[in-house]
Design a protein around this ligand. Structure first.
Ligand SMILES: [Zn+2]
Length: 597
């Protein structure tokens, strides 16, 4: 047993720590000694109430991102000390658990480092500029202590001045607390020198933490966000569930995504994502999406999603009703708030339909299957995924549009999917401890729509029968118009330039390239006798339909020749137009959907 803290090659950061008396059971001290090496040093302090075997564990995944991420792989230098700073032996019992024997009434210090060098909304990133910490990826906890208050104290890097987190402060801005472990996991922390904008909507204080250099038009983003939040609240028609809400918006390079939390969200976009109108709307729609999760999943939720088992997959067939329904509403709120025009909104609806019907996997995998297998498929995409999988976000949004129009039609504009949302939230308010089952979701839709929807669900949500989108849009006096065929030849491949080598990264099963015998991972050397270049389409500019083209590839180092027959794009693309003379019923439904106050 050693009394000297010898974990690190430098002086123990915790010995000089300005320690705060342990009032509650569990407390973490976080120390950023070497952010440039991507480490956070953590000390977990807790007191036992009796002699017992203590089990420590770390989640393997984080709610909202349905993939086992093995966060404990980033833990190093875990050591346990007693009050006298004696090392206590422990056993690593599984990939994410540790155990040791503790005496009654004693205080223990579990010290470990976390390596944080994965920049994404569900992992940790620490460098000289900032720290983004996600609870599941950071905090080891103690089995049986999950419902205790978890306090944290942060000693920031000397050049960092700001902290953004939904965790409530205890008075000192660097001290925060969570009412339990779930709240800690659900409250990401951004530390650095971010720009922080405060604003209020309906007496609820909001914070926008802008991280990283970008060309963000801050005032416009804040103004648009306020309008969108007002509409989300208008739809919910209940008091705001938060006292305070924090948007963490991180600018980086070619990353786009968000992760919802109960009082905050982490959003990551490319730093130049504001250069075009379309890209700007994507960012606003992302923020609207994560915010609406406040209700959809963070309050009313599929029964399988909470309480969470942090050790393994939490399977549900209902991710489509979380992410698909939310993907319908994110763009809808952007439109309803007046941030985009009706034409822009209908273009987005058409894009969701086009993407869905042109994905080969749409015919093979249902929304419920896609949801259930998210853990092994959606989050583990490979070169063949588009041939076999459907995206429960995009198709979920398209199906939600159809379901909304169906309910509007059956109730002659009296009810809509909005009423389903309100009913789900009411059910939650009456019964917060349990989420909804698949049957309950369906029966709420049927009750709101005063109609049978079993067939709709069976065919289009539990099954893969194609949806007649034109029919559902016609209920609102809208026409799904097939656009002119794209004159370009369609080879059904995706090519990526990897350090000057042109690699086929995807091939559609029914495409001309597949028929010619090309494979994913082939490196294309030439097309029609021309050495491969990034703007290879020009090689085909004088070709006609049915012309044959020689393609030379390298397959695992062996050069191979193929002949491909050119055909025009068979993919269908549509746009949505308003019928100039809708009948009374169509006009009523159209107005209920698109002309709300
Ligand atoms: Zn989402």
């Amino acid at each position: 047993m050693k009394q000297i803290y010898s974990l690190f090659n430098y002086q123990n950061p915790f010995l000089n720590f300005n320690k705060i008396p342990i009032v509650k059971m569990i407390k973490y001290n976080l120390f950023f000694r070497q952010p440039q090496l991507h480490y956070v040093d953590i000390e977990l302090v807790f007191k036992t109430d009796k002699n017992k075997e203590i089990e420590l564990y770390m989640p393997t995944w984080t709610p909202g991102s349905y993939m086992i991420r093995e966060y404990s792989k980033n833990i190093t230098q875990l050591h346990i000390y007693n009050k006298e700073q004696h090392l206590i032996p422990y056993t690593k019992t599984s990939k994410n658990t540790w155990s040791f024997y503790a005496d009654s009434g004693s205080t223990y210090y579990i010290r470990y480092q976390v390596y944080c060098n994965e920049i994404s909304v569900r992992t940790n990133h620490v460098d000289g500029e900032h720290a983004l910490l996600n609870g599941a990826a950071t905090f080891i906890t103690i089995k049986g202590y999950e419902n205790e208050r978890h306090d944290i104290y942060i000693k920031p890097h000397s050049e960092w001045d700001k902290i953004s987190s939904a965790l409530l402060s205890t008075g000192n801005k660097w001290e925060r607390h969570a009412v339990n472990y779930d709240e800690l996991v659900d409250s990401p922390i951004e530390i650095g020198n971010q720009e922080v904008i405060h604003f209020e909507v309906k007496n609820v204080s909001h914070e926008l933490a802008i991280v990283g250099r970008s060309n963000i038009p801050t005032e416009k983003v804040v103004a648009d966000l306020k309008l969108i939040i007002e509409k989300e609240l208008l739809l919910i028609a209940q008091p705001h569930p938060c006292k305070r809400y924090v948007f963490i918006l991180i600018h980086t390079d070619q990353i786009y995504g968000g992760l919802e939390h109960k009082n905050s969200s982490v959003n990551m976009v490319d730093r130049w994502n504001y250069t075009t109108r379309e890209k700007y709307l994507q960012v606003i729609s992302l923020l609207a999406h994560e915010y609406f999760h406040l209700w959809n999943v963070k309050h009313f939720r599929p029964v399988e999603l909470g309480p969470f088992n942090y050790h393994e997959e939490n399977y549900t067939r209902q991710l489509w009703s979380v992410e698909g329904v939310n993907s319908y509403y994110d763009d809808y709120f952007v439109y309803w708030a007046g941030v985009c025009s009706r034409k822009e909104y209908l273009d987005i609806v058409a894009k969701n339909i086009n993407t869905t019907i042109n994905t080969a996997g749409d015919k093979l995998q249902s929304l419920t299957e896609s949801s259930f297998d998210a853990w092994i498929k959606y989050y583990h995409k490979n070169e063949n995924s588009n041939n076999t999988q459907v995206n429960y976000y995009v198709k979920g949004a398209a199906v939600s549009t159809a379901l909304n129009l169906l309910i509007l039609d059956k109730t002659q504009g009296e009810k809509s999917l909005d009423d389903v949302i309100r009913a789900l939230y009411s059910l939650y308010l009456q019964r917060p401890e349990r989420g909804y089952t698949e049957e309950e979701f369906l029966s709420i839709c049927e009750e709101v729509g005063s109609c049978h929807l079993k067939d709709f669900f069976k065919l289009h949500i539990y099954g893969t029968t194609p949806i007649d989108y034109a029919y559902y849009l016609s209920l609102a006096g809208l026409k799904l118009i097939e656009n002119k065929a794209n004159p370009a030849f369609y080879l059904g491949w995706k090519i990526e330039n990897k350090a000057g080598r042109f690699i086929l990264t995807q091939i559609e099963n029914e495409s001309d390239s597949a028929k010619a015998g090309l494979n994913t991972f082939d490196e294309i050397l030439s097309i029609d006798g021309y050495r491969m270049e990034s703007d290879w389409e020009k090689f085909l500019s004088k070709k006609k339909e049915k012309d044959r083209v020689k393609i030379i590839v390298s397959r695992y180092g062996i050069v191979k020749n193929f002949e491909l027959t050119l055909t025009h794009n068979q993919k269908k693309s549509h746009s949505i137009e308003e019928i100039a003379t809708p009948d009374e019923r169509q006009l009523k439904i159209r107005n209920c959907w698109l002309k709300k106050g």
